[in-house]
Design a protein. Structure first.
Lengths: 123, 378
């Protein structure tokens, strides 16, 4: 990939969360594509997220399917509504509750860098 | 117009030594015999998939193995919604004169053909390869996320969810083919091992071996006809990360379209067959379909509403949660049981009135939905 589309994020081993924003209709999307999934216009702009958001849902995984993941149980899978307007899946502190304001850092999980959200103590 | 003319179902659980094709063949032979047909009468085949024995042309692999040369055949893949999606397609195929008798078949040795880890891992792949799967979620975790949100918005408790596991187990006790035959209580569900909280082991359907089949025909072959009145689908997303808000999920859209296609109202329905991969799936779908008010499904279970002798008997064979789940065949068992109920052949599980039935299937993470109304014709 070339240009802004190639901006590295945690899915490629970089400690960052990126999303795309459509210059035409203004829609934001998290899953990388060569076009806007709402209006179809090509080349949405790739932007770096602040990593701040709010917990939408949580599930504490106690039974994992692979030996690599099993070494981490229990781990909390969370859906986060990021401030920029997109939703993402990530890891989070075990005691997070729906509605909590959170901020991302990055941790190793099964040999890969993954976003891990902790409570954000905003002023 | 189309009719479900015959059904076939194996027991679910362990079928040591049986392949996916063996289980498909067993169920198919039962369904064809039940319809009063010969193999040579079958001119269409629809089949599901097998995670144990994946193949790019499973329908023709099966047709050759079983000894049929159909004029129409292919596989269908919509996860847990596959069985009802095939029933819907078969309905349209016979209605459009493409085929006279379509055999719909699925079977998988999912329990003994591979390790539980392999099953869990294969199923987790419905998640997004880049943005979800690398985080180590499982299917229970995808549904655990949905459960946490639904419980938060509508005040549902873990004890509420447990009621559905208990109900499905109670129903399975009267079916010799069910995987589980030990009664359970809400306390047992609450004390079962955590899998992906809020879901615990007894909130989750098992992995099973089994096969299921039915025949969809242009004309009825039996004394009591089971007619497809109308059906519809809705697909809103694939990945839970991309799911719409709870009030915009596909079940409500599919049932709305199916009601329109069939001119049937929920108040006409006498029997319900609803997908129950997890307790939360069943609770949410019942409320999305309008079989219970928002946040009221568990109270209806406690009041006996969904019991065999209740106002809306539900999954009287025990559902995925207790009859078992062998993949595509899993939800087809719901249709088989519905057929037995509508033709008065459910034995000790027979309900008083199954004249109009609502079936609903869900694939992915509440991603793909199929609603169908069946009607008894004498």
């Amino acid at each position: 990939m070339s240009g802004s589309q190639g901006m590295a994020d945690w899915t490629t081993g970089e400690g960052a969360i990126v999303y795309q924003s459509c210059a035409s209709c203004g829609a934001v999307q998290y899953f990388r594509r060569a076009f806007c999934a709402v209006c179809g216009v090509p080349n949405p702009q790739t932007r770096r997220s602040t990593g701040r958001g709010r917990i939408y849902a949580t599930s504490l995984v106690c039974r994992a399917a692979t030996p690599e993941a099993r070494a981490h149980v229990p781990y909390n899978i969370v859906l986060v509504d990021c401030d920029e307007g997109f939703r993402m899946m990530a890891h989070g502190e075990k005691d997070l509750a729906i509605g909590d304001e959170v901020v991302a850092r990055f941790e190793l999980f099964a040999g890969r860098l993954v976003p891990h959200f902790t409570r954000d103590h905003r002023e | 117009m189309s009719f479900i003319t015959g059904v076939g179902l194996t027991s679910y659980g362990k079928h040591e030594g049986s392949s996916s094709l063996d289980l498909m063949s067993e169920a198919a032979a039962l369904a064809i015999a039940d319809a009063g047909l010969r193999r040579s009468d079958i001119d269409g085949i629809l089949c599901g998939y097998s995670t144990v024995s994946p193949h790019i042309m499973l329908a023709t692999v099966f047709a050759e193995h079983f000894g049929i040369r159909p004029s129409y055949a292919h596989a269908v893949q919509v996860g847990g919604a596959t069985g009802l999606a095939m029933a819907m397609l078969a309905h349209h195929l016979v209605d459009a004169n493409v085929a006279r008798h379509v055999l719909v078949v699925a079977g998988e040795n999912r329990l003994t053909g591979q390790s539980r880890d392999a099953s869990i891992q294969a199923l987790a792949q419905v998640g997004h390869a880049d943005y979800e799967v690398s985080l180590g979620p499982t299917i229970p975790a995808y549904y655990g996320l949905v459960a946490s949100r639904y419980m938060h918005e509508y005040g549902v408790t873990q004890e509420d969810l447990a009621e559905f596991a208990v109900l499905m187990r109670r129903h399975a006790l009267d079916h010799p083919g069910a995987q589980f035959h030990d009664p359970i209580t809400v306390a047992d569900v609450m004390a079962s091992k955590p899998v992906a909280l809020p879901l615990k082991l007894l909130d989750c359907c098992p992995v099973s071996d089994g096969g299921a089949a039915f025949v969809v025909s242009r004309e009825r072959t039996g004394e009591t006809g089971v007619r497809v009145r109308g059906c519809a689908q809705a697909h809103t997303h694939q990945h839970v990360t991309a799911a719409p808000r709870l009030s915009e999920l596909g079940a409500e859209i599919a049932i709305g379209r199916a009601k329109e296609a069939s001119s049937i109202a929920i108040s006409d329905v006498r029997y319900a067959a609803v997908y129950d991969s997890f307790t939360i799936t069943l609770l949410m779908l019942l409320e999305d379909l309008g079989l219970a008010g928002r946040g009221e499904a568990a109270a209806r279970v406690r009041a006996g509403h969904f019991s065999r002798d209740g106002a809306m008997p539900l999954n009287t064979h025990g559902g995925l949660l207790s009859y078992g789940h062998c993949g595509v065949g899993g939800a087809m068992a719901h249709l088989v049981e519905t057929h037995l109920q509508m033709t008065g052949r459910a034995g000790p599980r027979q309900v008083a009135d199954a004249s109009v039935a609502l079936l609903h299937g869900d694939g992915g993470v509440l991603s793909s939905h199929v609603s169908m109304f069946l009607e008894q014709v004498r």
